[in-house]
Write a protein that binds this ligand. Structure first.
Ligand SMILES: Cc1ncc(COP(=O)(O)O)c(C=O)c1O
Length: 398
């Protein structure tokens, strides 16, 4: 069978290759420490699980409006008001099947074939694959440790052409866990706005980032650029990856477009997940999520200190999400070899830089600390022995 060119252009998730090999090792009876997966190890808060139970007991779970339950859109608007002090009209919030479906709708709504769209490198690969599927020419802009592996206004200006129509940023980012400084973000948005280009900001890890010195939560881009397009999700902060529920905030005139696309592409997001997600915004659920954010902060501190002891270089310390982006070039291995050998010899799975772009493809790997403290301890001990044996120039076996 012949498949469409756009399907051929979408690269696989290389980390899945390591997931397959890890599963094979486990089938042979080995314990693999998985530091490759981008999902929290805790599930939804208890009140959400119990709300799901209640929703299911009601029996019929019909389709909802394509943009989601009005009550949930209001609850998210309330969350922006209390957590971020910004007023967002619930009518501008579309509930989606994860941030992924929001990206699908927005790419369909915004991209014309041959439009240029600026995306930082490294970055979450699916974002650019959605864009290219709709014909965009993605300009992958290499970023550096000096800029916390994020776009800057200067980089954006330098890569702008008369065909550039928009840009996509994630803050904090996957795979680096680093955020764009709010002043820089607003300068980037101002520049793009002046060029009449759209700004899509992926804030899926926003609520999993550090608070300011004054204890304030990090600010959404909507505070400085109310016409920016924002995507977010129940997957990470609320620990609901498999529930497939997210949202986007769009300018008023884009709402009917997104609604029409959602109606056609998937009718509506999951009904039981939406009913249950209402309980995410109860004070007891938010307290659980905040405790988990703090727990991730403790895991991060532990991981960074062990990596320092082991001698694995972290060019920029993360300020959010649950990722550390390691420069492994001093080991003499390339990133792919490093991940292969860490898995085969130490039974620790990591994600190779190749998954996130071109600039760190051979020199960087992503470690996810969304694993239990016990797994993190074990995984880092194994990496320590692995590195020591690499230095000694011999192979190790666990
Ligand atoms: C930066 C980023 N954006 C979007 C997504 C998609 O999330 P979901 O579809 O589960 O909401 C992910 C998932 O890992 C991500 O890391």
């Amino acid at each position: 069978m012949r498949f469409a060119g756009r399907a051929e252009q979408v690269a696989p998730f290389y980390v899945m290759e390591f997931a397959r090999r890890a599963a094979a090792l486990e089938a042979q009876g080995h314990h693999v420490v998985k530091l490759s997966v981008g999902e929290p190890d805790f599930g939804a808060p208890p009140a959400v699980l119990s709300a799901l139970n209640d929703a299911v007991q009601q029996g019929a779970l019909p389709y909802t409006n394509a943009l989601g339950l009005g009550e949930l859109r209001k609850a998210i608007s309330g969350f922006y008001a209390t957590a971020h002090s910004v007023e967002i009209d619930p009518a501008r919030i579309a509930i989606t099947a994860g941030a992924s479906a929001a990206l699908l709708l927005l790419s369909a709504a915004l991209v014309e074939p041959s439009d240029e769209v600026i995306v930082g490198d490294p970055s979450y690969p699916c974002n650019r694959h959605f864009l290219t599927s709709f014909g965009a020419n993605v300009t992958l802009v290499p970023t550096t440790a000096a800029d916390r592996f994020q776009l800057t206004a200067e980089l954006v200006r330098n890569h702008w052409t008369n065909r550039t129509r928009g840009l996509v940023m994630a803050t904090p980012s996957n795979p680096t866990g680093t955020s764009i400084d709010p002043g820089e973000l607003s300068a980037i948005c101002e520049f793009a706005r002046n060029q009449e280009a759209w700004r899509l900001v992926d804030e899926i890890y926003l609520n999993l980032s550090d608070h300011t010195r004054d204890g304030e939560p990090p600010q959404t881009v909507l505070a400085s650029d109310p016409e920016a397009i924002v995507i977010n999700s129940f997957s990470k902060y609320f620990g609901m990856t498999g529930w497939r529920l997210g949202w986007c905030v769009v300018p008023v005139d884009m709402v009917p477009v997104v609604e029409r696309l959602a109606q056609n592409y998937y009718i509506c997001p999951s009904t039981p997940a939406q009913h249950a997600a209402l309980a995410c915004f109860h004070p007891e659920s938010l307290a659980v999520c905040e405790e988990r954010r703090a727990a991730l902060g403790r895991r991060r501190a532990f991981v960074l200190s062990r990596l320092r002891e082991i001698g694995l270089h972290v060019p920029v310390e993360p300020d959010g999400a649950f990722f550390v982006y390691l420069d492994i070039s001093a080991t003499g291995l390339n990133a792919w070899q490093f991940c292969e050998r860490a898995l085969d010899e130490a039974h620790v799975s990591l994600a190779p830089g190749k998954d996130f772009g071109r600039s760190g493809a051979h020199t960087h790997v992503r470690l996810s600390y969304a694993a239990s403290m016990a797994d993190l301890r074990e995984g880092l001990d194994r990496l320590s022995t692995f590195i020591a044996h690499l230095d000694a120039g011999s192979l190790m076996q666990i």
